[in-house]
Design a binder for this molecule. Structure first.
Ligand code: NDP
Length: 329
């Protein structure tokens, strides 16, 4: 199926509904050759957004992605590349993290060097920073846009209130506000995307680039029977991620979801990704993959959307039993 594109929120930026991220894979879990094969295939399929951050493999993920972009020599106006600042690249000094003007300006400069790019299309504030006034962050992002170093900016894991504060300050001062939020969204994590942000999709035209659509691989079904070798949740140092994602209750749901997917003639990852795509407030689903075959499979989510009828969506709700509720009147 042909790639679909839509506006990123109310911005004019046309983004592919599926995109490719690099967390834990580029510069870490996978070889640079595999990273190249993934990007090659993604681009061939019409994916135009590649997601990154300063903290991913402590800067190495951006270096690997940048080297691939350079080698491929794709027209710079055909793709969107992002970075995110907040966590730093491992430095311990207090000025090496956060959303202060100092860190944002320096982190942007450093990311551009690692990528070997002149500008980033999208630049994210990777988390809210309680130690920096939102005004300073908004001014800095606006100025980075004015300097031509970034084209659009957004937030990741900010609350609706924080996003609105940024918007109000930007509006009052005729500055450019954030166009996008990057939240976690999958069948197990739904509250922010489905309830908390519900008003601001309309009011400020918020776009979303959602992460961990397969809950780090749980929603592929491969953890159903036994713990497989060589997967993300077995990686050293990621015990916290395993604890968060691999729970008995989730596996119970995944077993039932696997049955339903089978009935529809789909693999579970494809059904799970199509479920994310069905949400009209999801601008793009960021895919992660450690192997090319995973990405090839996951691309089928675009065409699978049509199989997720209202009846199927209802059956998924009955399995999940976690539909976030709006506060009662
Ligand atoms: P997923 O939840 O989809 O997990 C991807 C992982 O699941 C793969 O690396 C692979 O891991 C496994 N997998 C994927 N497809 C299949 C398949 N078909 N069959 C079996 N296993 C499969 O997404 P990510 O957590 O990777 O998130 C996507 C992107 O979102 C990231 O790359 C990053 O760019 C962004 N992100 C942003 C965050 C933020 O705070 N803003 C936080 C986290 C991610 P394996 O083979 O090792 O099991």
């Amino acid at each position: 199926m042909e790639m679909q594109y839509n506006n990123l929120g109310k911005s004019g930026l046309q983004i592919s509904r599926l995109s490719l991220g690099s967390w834990l894979t580029f510069g870490k879990q996978i070889s640079d050759d595999t990273a190249e094969a993934l990007m090659d295939y993604a681009y061939e399929q019409g994916i135009n957004f590649f997601d990154n951050a300063e903290i991913y493999a402590r800067g190495k993920s951006e270096e690997v992605m940048g080297a691939i972009l350079k080698k491929k020599n794709w027209s710079r106006d055909s793709y969107i590349v992002s970075s995110k600042a907040f966590f730093g690249t491992g430095g311990e000094w207090p000025t090496q993290k956060g959303l202060s003007r100092k860190h944002l300006v320096e982190a942007c400069e450093q990311a551009l060097k690692r990528f070997q790019l002149d500008y980033l299309d999208l630049y994210y504030c990777h988390r809210p920073d309680k130690k920096t006034p939102i005004e300073e962050t908004v001014w800095t992002m606006h100025q980075l846009i004015m300097q031509g170093k970034i084209l659009y900016w957004g937030t990741s894991e900010w609350s609706a209130q924080e996003i609105m504060e940024a918007h109000l300050f930007a509006k009052q001062n005729h500055l450019i506000g954030p166009v996008v939020e990057q939240p976690e969204y999958n069948m197990f994590t739904r509250e922010k995307v489905e309830v908390e942000f519900s008003q601001i999709y309309q009011t400020v035209g918020l776009g979303t680039t959602i992460w961990s659509p397969l809950a780090s691989g749980i929603l592929s079904g491969k953890y159903n029977d036994q713990f497989p070798d060589g997967t993300r949740l077995g990686m050293e140092g990621l015990e916290w991620l395993k604890e968060k994602n691999l729970t008995a209750a989730r596996i119970q749901s995944v077993l039932s979801l696997t049955e339903l997917a089978k009935e529809l003639g789909l693999s579970l990852p494809v059904m799970s990704l199509a479920w994310c795509l069905k949400n009209p407030n999801v601008s793009t689903v960021i895919l992660g993959a450690s192997k090319l075959v995973q990405l090839e499979e996951n691309m089928k989510a675009l065409s699978a959307q049509s199989l997720l009828s209202p009846d199927v969506m209802q059956r998924i709700e009955e399995i999940l039993q976690n539909k976030p509720q709006f506060p009662p009147y």
